[in-house]
Write a protein that binds this ligand. Sequence first.
Ligand code: EPZ
Length: 418
Amino acid sequence: MDKFLIQGGVPLEGEIAVSGAKNSALPVLAACLLTSEKVTLERIPPVRDIATMQKLLGHVGARVGRADGRVTIETAQIAHSEAPYELVKTMRASSLVLGPLVARCGRARVSLPGGCAIGARPINLHVAGLERLGAQVRQEHGYIEAEAPHGLHGAEVHFDRITVTGTEDLLMAAVLARGETVIYNAAREPEVVDVASLLSKMGAEIEGAGSSTIRVRGVERLHSATHTIIADRIEAGTFLMAAALTRGDLLVKGCVPEHLRALLAKLSQAGADVTEQGPDAVHVRGRGKLKSVDVTTEEHPGFATDLQAQFMALMTRAEGISIITETIFENRFMHALELARMGANIRLEGRQAIVAGPTQLSGAEVIASDLRASASLVLAGLAAQGETTIDRVYHIDRGYEKIETKLAGAGARIRRMK
Ligand code: EPZ
């Protein structure tokens, strides 16, 4: 298993370019199953979760091509309308093929994902939505089996709580359903808008993506399209916080500042010097002392749960008490215990982490427990005195493209040990 070795204490300087968004690319790849024609996708990040999704599409019957950062998907026919356990257990987002498969061929068999390091993460809301659209769904032998032999029909769906992949799954099912579907309490994440944007290019009729109410008029078929994935706002946010934490001077290029509003506001309040440079770059300079700020994770446009772990690392170096409240997932504080091993003063009380700072972090051997927790440990390692070894970095490879190469390009002393 690979490890990262980090010598801390070097400010990040220069520029880092952001990759395409993993959480956009995953549903966008699944959406390609909705047509028999070829879909061409640009800026798909070459990370492990994407490789898993491509493997799943191949299993289902798609021809997947990759050259020069461009991915093509052509699914003339669905060969197996199934997402097997071997793939779903390594990536829960595999359940994103549920909606497209039922919509395209009237049947899907998708393994239940099971537990996850950050919370229970059931998919009951995806299932309830599909049932509203006329699918008959049963659970057997660890699989969800959905059938709609006569096709899906439009319906009003009100999500009990906001779900990102649930909204995407249902949106993909609704585009080929007969009649109109209205999704209430829909997720407003930029990734939902990106999937809707590809679907519209393929001929779908969608209104309201990015708001809480999405209307879809079903069409008979979708056709080929070319689409470029949006920038990864979580990767961008991770680099911005790394620069603030190391008192660096960094330009994060190829991002969408509009998607990062909540984080940029918190970074400024914490005392970092943050300036937007046009529509696709943010410059951050760590100056003076960092001040503690409270954050509460929320659905977009609130503060993203996927940035919470990295923000906790930042707050260990800030003066005062910071209260970090996690409202989306019930168990997303695994990094707190590892940060404590590096000297952080963090108390956990239910859904809150109380961080008292500033503490001088010191390098230690730590273990990555999930994707964003790993990113938080990398940040802590960059700011710590001495050497940090991070084990199980396969977690970080699921969602960050060559993070060590990008950080090293900005001066960080980080290397991968095989
Ligand atoms: C997406 O997960 C992201 N994954 C996650 O990113 C992200 O943390 C999360 O949204 C929240 O922003 C992808 O986009 C592939 P949810 P998702 O359904 O869709 C509960 C990362 O690090 N819920 O919005 O699975 C659920 O348990 C990952 O890149 C149900 O109860 O999250 C959670 O408490 C991790 N029933 C809440 O809703 C359901 O059927 C929000 O989850 C669905 C969800």
